[in-house]
Design a protein around this ligand. Sequence first.
Ligand code: HEM
Length: 184
Amino acid sequence: MIQLSKMLLILFALFILLAPIASAYDEDDEDEEDGFEEFSEDLGDIAKSLLIATIVLIAWKPLHIWLQKSGIINNADSWGITDVKAAKKKLLRFNKWMLRVHIAAGTAATIVGLVHGIGSQMPDWESSAAWAGWFGMLAMSVLGGLIMWKWPPKAIKKRARALHTQRALLVITIILLVVGHEMM
Ligand code: HEM
C-alpha cells in the first residue's frame, strides 16, 4: 500500500509538472498566431494528455499486484464479490487492456509530439531541451518495442526491459520537456 501511495504521489507530481506545457502557450500573443500554429499547439496538448495516459501504468501496476495478492480476497465481502477466482481473471484481462492502452498511447504521444515540435518550432528550433525530451520519449518507445517484438535475443530484451521500466530515463525526459517548454 505504501508503494501504491508513492506511485499515486508521483503521478500527481507529474500532472503538476506537465501542466505548464499547456499554459506556457497561453501567454503567446494570439493575434500573431496563424491557423497552423494553433493546430500545432493543440497537438502539444494532445501529446501531453497521451503521455499522461502512458504514465498511468506506473500507478496501475502496484495497484494490480496488490489487488491480485490480497486486495480482492480481503475485501471480497465489502465489495460484493462472490467469485474471487472470476474476479481475479477479470482483473487480469483489464491488466492486459491497460498494457495495450500504454503501448498505443506511448507510440501516439511520440508521433504527435514530433508533429507538434516541428509545427511549433520550425524554422527556429528554439528549444533543444524540449527536443532532447522528445528524444527521451522516442528512446522509451523504442525500448518498449524491443520488449514486445519477437526478434531481439533474450539478453537484449532483458536490458531493454530494465532500461524501460526504471524511472531515471522517464524523470529526465519529463524534466527536459517541462524545462524546454518553459524556455520558449
Ligand atoms: C513515451 C512513451 C513511453 C513511456 C514514457 C513508457 C514508460 C513506461 C514505464 C515507466 C513502465 C514501467 C511501469 C512499471 O513497471 O511500473 C513501462 C512498462 C512497459 N512499457 Fe512502456 N513507456 C512508453 C512507451 C511504450 C511503448 C511504445 C511500448 C511498446 C511498444 C511499451 C511497452 C511497455 C511494456 C511491455 C511494459 C511492461 C514491462 C514489464 O512489466 O516488464 N511502452 N513503460
